[in-house]
Design a protein around this ligand. Structure first.
Ligand code: GLN
Length: 276
């Protein structure tokens, strides 16, 4: 059976798509194997039966709510390409703040641990921006670690990966890092965002702690003194309304502060482990 899109020029498919124009362009590129420039220079190209069927399937899945990044398997983060699957959260631009904060504060040749690495976005971006750094990353999910390993290889960086439920596996071979970073699950159980948009398709355990939204952040702060060197930074991403609570968790740490993302929202907080 022929798709109604078969035999139509790219330009017409774009103009008549009921979906968001950018989504349509990205899915067209993916279905036809074209770059964004080729999509423009070949606007007269008539879709073949195969291309039309492929595009039709993608548009239908998008219309049903599936995130574009899962449909293409790709998302850019910190200027680098990342492979994503439904086993990992789709990297957010907000999280680039954490990478910047980490790169500015990591001492030369320093070691950094990314907790709950997911796609590996934070760890790989730090390793790429700071080739002098020794980057480690852990995640409880084996499927996520497989994606993260692929992303490290793809971007030509070395990251030591470890399967661990927060600090559990590290406790068997204690070592100290110069910095710990994390973008943990911090959405409150039952938050309406969990049942809206892209989040419906993302791994729920990467989004929410199924509690007050602070339990992962609490566990990370509580365990950090055993794995952080004196003077080491702990930097965490959190929700739009959690900055004050996270600063409170860091009571007794030095230089406790929060940083705003591009939207002006306090999106990350951290502190330095006191030297005593
Ligand atoms: N920032 C994400 C969101 O609100 C949540 C990511 C997380 O829980 N770490 O969509």
């Amino acid at each position: 059976m022929n798709s109604p899109l078969a035999g139509r020029p790219i330009a017409q498919v774009l103009a008549q798509s009921p979906l968001d124009a950018l989504d349509t362009r990205v899915l067209l590129c993916h279905a036809l194997g074209l770059t964004r420039v080729q999509l423009i220079t070949r606007a007269d190209h008539l879709l073949t039966d195969t291309e039309a069927a492929r595009l039709e399937a993608l548009l239908a899945r998008r219309a049903a709510g599936e995130p574009v990044a899962y449909l293409t398997g790709e998302r850019e983060f910190y200027g680098l390409p990342f492979h994503v699957t439904p086993a990992v959260l789709i990297p957010r631009p907000d999280t680039e703040l954490l990478v910047e904060l980490a790169c500015e504060r990591l001492p030369r040749g320093g070691s950094v641990l990314d907790m709950g690495t997911g796609s590996g976005a934070i760890a790989v971006a730090i390793a790429h921006a700071r080739p002098d750094a020794q980057v480690s990353a852990l995640d409880a999910s084996a499927a996520a670690l497989e994606v993260a390993r692929g992303n490290a290889a793809r971007n030509g960086v070395h990251v030591d990966f470890l399967q661990s439920d927060w600090y559990a596996a590290l406790s068997r071979s204690p070592r100290r890092f110069d910095m710990i970073v994390s973008n943990p699950p911090y959405i409150v159980a039952g938050d309406r965002h969990l049942s809206q948009g892209d989040l419906r398709f993302e791994p729920v355990d990467a989004l929410t702690d199924h509690a007050d939204g602070l339990s992962a952040l609490r566990a990370i702060v509580a365990g950090a003194p055993a794995f952080l060197g004196p003077g080491g930074w702990l930097l965490m991403e959190h929700g739009y309304d959690q900055a004050q609570s996270v600063r409170a968790l860091l009571h007794g740490w030095d230089q406790v502060q929060s940083w705003r993302d591009l939207a002006g929202i306090e999106r990350a907080s951290g502190g330095v482990l006191p030297d005593r």
